[in-house]
Design a protein around this ligand. Structure first.
Ligand code: 8YV
Length: 323
């Protein structure tokens, strides 16, 4: 029997690529550069399955083909707001993602960012590497204590819950949660957390606000200048979700005029292009979208895609089908 044809749009961990090559008639994008919309359209007419990532902008232009050969977009990553789901559905294309397997690592990174910004670790590293450290003194790079503070978690899905676990059990933080739907009382009780009815009510309570909601049009610029003003003047904003959730211009204003304490970002509005104003802000930590960047998570994400693909081509319902 002929194996399904598969295009992998970026390089993946070796172990996963090896299994893909064994199981499918697979084409790898050896250049590892994101496909253009035209290349994506061509791929849609050639392959049974496309395996995209967040760097593939699969909007109306990329999906504008008269008839697609592709039957499944098996996304490598949990977030899939880079895919125009409605348009993909018009071609009858199924979409899957890779939840669970990256939750711990992404929560670890959110914790890393919280600690880095509050303890001024980015500033300290920059100073030391610039050869500008002139020795210990009681007033040098004094930051803010993290342990015991109030953490607001926006979006209490898998990653938000993993962060709550770390913050509650590891750092004795008080957890408040904003989530679109009600969170089960036993889940909140596990972290001694409290659900707050609205985001506007949550923000003024927090010393740290960490975003764990999906991106996409529905949540675009959810953190805008009005909401930044609702934060305490010494509070920190952490984003490991999607860049578009924050109005970046408003954030640069808040950081420059110090109306909040600082911010730490792993994702950006137009990544990998970075608003140069952000780089001017000392009270900001920036990482290049490293949320799931561990060998363990990246391999597990790949094997999860393989599970979804084999289910799909065996005629079973893939466990992570989102559309
Ligand atoms: C991925 C992520 O590395 O899974 C996600 O949604 O943001 C990252 O952890 C990336 O998006 C892969 O598509």
């Amino acid at each position: 029997m002929l194996k399904p044809t598969v295009l992998v749009t970026r390089r993946w961990p070796e172990a996963v690529e090896a299994r893909l090559a064994n199981d499918y008639d697979v084409e790898f994008n050896r250049s590892d550069r994101p496909l253009t919309p035209a290349q994506f359209r061509e791929a849609l007419t050639k392959y049974d399955a496309l395996l995209p990532t967040v760097t593939d902008k699969i909007g109306p232009e990329a999906l504008d083909v008269p008839k697609a050969q592709t039957k499944i977009l098996a996304n490598y990553g949990v977030g899939y707001t880079h895919i125009d789901v409605e348009k993909a559905k018009t071609h009858g294309i199924a979409i899957t993602n890779t939840p669970d397997v990256l939750s711990e690592c992404t929560a670890d990174l959110a914790m890393t960012l919280m600690l880095m910004v509050a303890r001024r670790a980015g500033e300290g590293e920059r100073e030391l590497r610039a050869g500008a450290w002139d020795g210990w003194r009681p007033t040098h790079l004094v930051g803010t204590k993290v342990s015991g503070k109030v953490l607001g978690i926006v979006g209490f899905g898998r990653i938000g819950q993993e962060l709550a676990k770390r913050a509650h059990f590891g750092f004795d933080m008080q957890i408040v949660v904003f989530n679109r739907s009600p969170v089960a009382p036993e889940l909140l009780a596990r972290y001694n957390a409290r659900q707050i009815a609205t985001l506007d009510d949550l923000l003024p309570l927090c010393d740290f606000v960490s975003l764990h909601c999906p991106g996409g049009a529905g949540n675009a610029k959810m953190i805008n200048s009005r909401r930044l003003d609702l934060m305490k003047p010494d509070a920190y904003l952490i984003n490991t979700a999607r860049g578009e959730v924050i109005d970046e211009f408003a954030l640069t204003q808040a950081l420059m005029f110090e109306t909040i304490g600082g911010a730490a970002l792993d994702v950006f509005e137009r990544e990998p292009s970075i608003n140069p104003m952000l780089a001017q802000c000392d009270n900001l930590v920036m990482l290049p979208h490293l949320g799931s960047a561990t060998t363990e998570a990246r391999e597990a994400m790949g094997f999860r895609v393989l599970d979804n693909l084999s289910d799909f081509f065996d005629g079973k319902a893939p466990r992570d089908r989102v559309a």
